[in-house]
Design a protein around this ligand. Structure first.
Ligand code: ADP
Length: 369
């Protein structure tokens, strides 16, 4: 039997095939599904993915695919674990489009396409918000009129849950009890941190939407909310939203690139690149420190994502703010992206772990079967 993992976005579709031992058999990325201005055609993209799987000989017949694990961004308060996608679950995911208008619709389109093209396979949803459903109220309720939570569902949900969960499991495997009070840092185009106590998420930096938290490739992260009001009055809500989500963060600061590799390559000659890097590292370090209050201590920090798992420079810049917590980097190991890169006497274990959300989705899909 084989498990197919599908991550259907608004303009692209990622897929990966696993066997039941969770070995990856092959993957693919279909870009620009739907020409500019047209509605993306997820059915065509899934068809293309399935054809490619057959052409590469990854399956003798599509009937071998017994389950499809779908990444679904928003599970609201309803879903704190993976579920089989029954018609009523599908309706709920549809309802949740209200909370994630950019993400849940393409996820849903991927589900519909797979139901049609692989009608015998079990369809399972794995939600990006699920891991953070263990947050206590004091961490997820905003200090706004309480009715906004009750009536509009305005609260912190948190995202990247599958990645934070995977990271916390790997940390636990490597460190045992020394990962009981853990901060997980997913640093990529989108970035978020989570405070994970005994394997459960108790706080996280992304909020009602993925805009909150540390600065990202193109998202501002935390700002004075009055700035959003001001921008909205000046530009109108749509342009203000676009500015905060698509034109801010590393891109906004440099005016050139949202890509950390570009900033690292130009930091010596371009002050704005260095400033953007400095702001990013400072804010990430501050969040780690804040989460030590949530965790009442700190045993380990785990980094992942394109930036977190690859850039020793960024990890070192973040850790330089944290010696008072007992954080001590082994410079050579950090440069080499060694998994455990803290020195022996460091009070806090430091880990760099490649992200593998697809494998975690496959693992959860298998478990549910
Ligand atoms: P996404 O969040 O879209 O999944 P990734 O996790 O792949 O994206 O992260 C993309 C980010 O990782 C980009 O800013 C990219 O520059 C950065 N990145 C990738 N490789 C490196 C590297 N070797 N050093 C520094 N940054 C890197």
């Amino acid at each position: 039997m084989k498990i197919l993992v599908i991550n259907a976005g608004s303009s692209s579709l990622k897929y990966e095939l696993f066997n039941k031992k969770l070995d990856s058999l092959g993957d693919g990325y279909i870009e620009r599904i739907g020409q500019k201005g047209q509605i993306p055609n997820h059915e065509k993209a899934v068809k293309q993915a399935l054809e490619s799987i057959q052409e590469k000989g990854l399956v003798a017949s599509l009937a071998e695919i017994k389950a499809v694990g779908h990444r679904v961004v928003h599970g609201g308060e309803k879903y704190s674990a993976p579920v089989r996608i029954t018609p009523s679950v599908q309706k709920e995911i549809q309802k949740l489009c209200k909370l994630a208008p950019l993400h849940n619709p393409p996820n849903l389109a991927g589900i519909k396409a797979c139901k049609k093209l692989l009608p015998k396979a079990a369809q399972i949803a794995i939600f990006d918000t699920a891991f953070h459903q263990t947050l206590p109220q004091k961490a997820f309720i905003y200090a706004l009129p309480y009715d906004l939570y009750k009536k509009e569902g305005i609260r912190r949900y948190g995202f990247h849950g599958t990645s934070h969960l995977y990271l916390s499991k790997v940390a636990k495997k490597l460190l045992g009890k020394k990962a009981d009070r853990l901060v997980t840092c997913h640093l990529g185009n989108g970035s978020s941190l989570a405070a994970v106590k005994n394997g459960k998420s108790i706080d996280t930096t992304m909020g009602f939407t993925p805009l909150e938290g540390v600065p990202m490739g193109t998202r501002s992260g935390d700002i004075d909310p009055a700035i959003a009001v001001k921008l909205s009055q000046k530009l109108g809500p749509e342009k203000a939203d676009n500015l905060l989500n698509k034109q801010s963060g590393l891109l906004g600061l440099t005016g050139k690139s949202s890509d950390m590799r570009d900033l690292l390559a130009t930091r010596k000659s371009n002050k704005k690149s260095q400033l953007a890097i400095d702001i990013f590292c400072y804010k990430v370090a501050q969040k780690i420190a804040a989460f030590t209050a949530s965790l009442q201590g700190l045993d380990a920090i785990a980094f992942t994502g394109g930036i977190g798992e690859n850039s020793g420079y960024i990890r070192a810049q973040i850790c330089q703010y944290l010696p008072h917590l007992g954080v001590k980097v082994d410079a050579a190991k950090n440069r080499a992206n060694t998994t455990l890169f803290s020195v022996k006497e460091s009070k806090v274990s430091l880990l760099a772990i490649p992200a593998d959300e697809e494998k975690e989705i496959a693992s959860q899909t298998l478990k549910l079967l």
